[in-house]
Design a protein. Structure first.
Length: 264
């Protein structure tokens, strides 16, 4: 897989945080690049004080713990729970009907969903994700309209802020598909980015129905800002890694819980 330097650096940082240290030779083999390229990536991360360079590699800068404002980049998140996201996307695609106007939030699960609906006829898609828009534009269907909100780009490749919010508040959509950072009984559906939360709320309000797409690892995770309460979801599509207690809570809150069996 060919990666941009920024994407590769995000993945390197993720590995440093998970393992505590990385070796140049291992990273070069993993990404199929030269040792010199990896060293340049580590130089960039070190200048940003995200890693400490050591002989032959790099180490984490002090103890690293997850917080409600942690926001991994798109490249990092796209490599996580791939089988689960594909299963969720396949199940969620059944809620996309020809001739409708839908909203797709930014995120790697909605990006997977976009790739599943390229053959749906006469579809209008509104999104604040350039990655989602690129997938749908690439299908080159004359009966497809893609509306990109514009706005300020976040680390997770969402377009957010007043421009995005203003665009969404002028629209009426049949169904909105929302990807989230976390979900819990106490906090509802959440994001670690305050501006993204406001934009996502505007997207939710534009839709007649809300379908949340979230893999099972999102349960029990809380971002700093709530997008919607659990009960606001007409449908929640998740995977079969969700434990029995979580299923019971969600079945009591959302109108319909869809559990997709993950493959691979």
């Amino acid at each position: 897989m060919s990666l941009l330097a920024r994407q590769r650096q995000e993945l390197i940082l993720e590995q440093v945080r998970e393992r505590g240290a990385v070796r140049v030779s291992d990273l070069a083999e993993r990404f199929g690049v030269s040792d010199m390229t990896v060293r340049r990536d580590l130089d960039v991360l070190a200048r940003r004080r995200l890693v400490d360079k050591v002989h032959g590699g790099a180490t984490a800068v002090g103890p690293v713990t997850a917080t409600s404002t942690d926001e991994p980049g798109f490249a990092v998140k796209s490599g996580r729970q791939q089988a689960e996201k594909q299963a969720i996307a396949e199940a969620a695609a059944r809620f996309v009907e020809p001739g409708t106007a839908i909203g797709l939030s930014a995120g790697t699960t909605t990006w997977a969903l976009a790739r599943r609906i390229t053959d749906v006829a006469d579809l209008t898609v509104v999104t604040n994700s350039m990655a989602v828009a690129e997938v749908l534009h690439a299908a080159r269907r004359p009966d497809r309209t893609v509306v990109l909100t514009g706005g300020i780009r976040t680390p997770s490749e969402a377009l957010v802020g007043p421009v995005a919010v203003a665009a969404l508040r002028s629209l009426n959509l049949d169904v909105v598909f929302l990807g989230v950072h976390g979900m819990s009984a106490a906090t509802g559906f959440t994001t670690p980015n305050l501006m993204e939360s406001e934009t996502d709320r505007a997207l939710v309000e534009a839709g007649q129905r809300l379908v949340v797409v979230a893999d099972s690892t999102k349960w029990g995770t809380a971002g700093i800002s709530t997008i919607a309460e659990l009960a606001e979801a007409d449908v929640l599509v998740t995977d079969d890694g969700l434990d029995a207690d979580a299923r019971a809570v969600l079945e009591g809150e959302v109108d319909r819980l869809v559990v997709a069996p993950a493959r691979g």
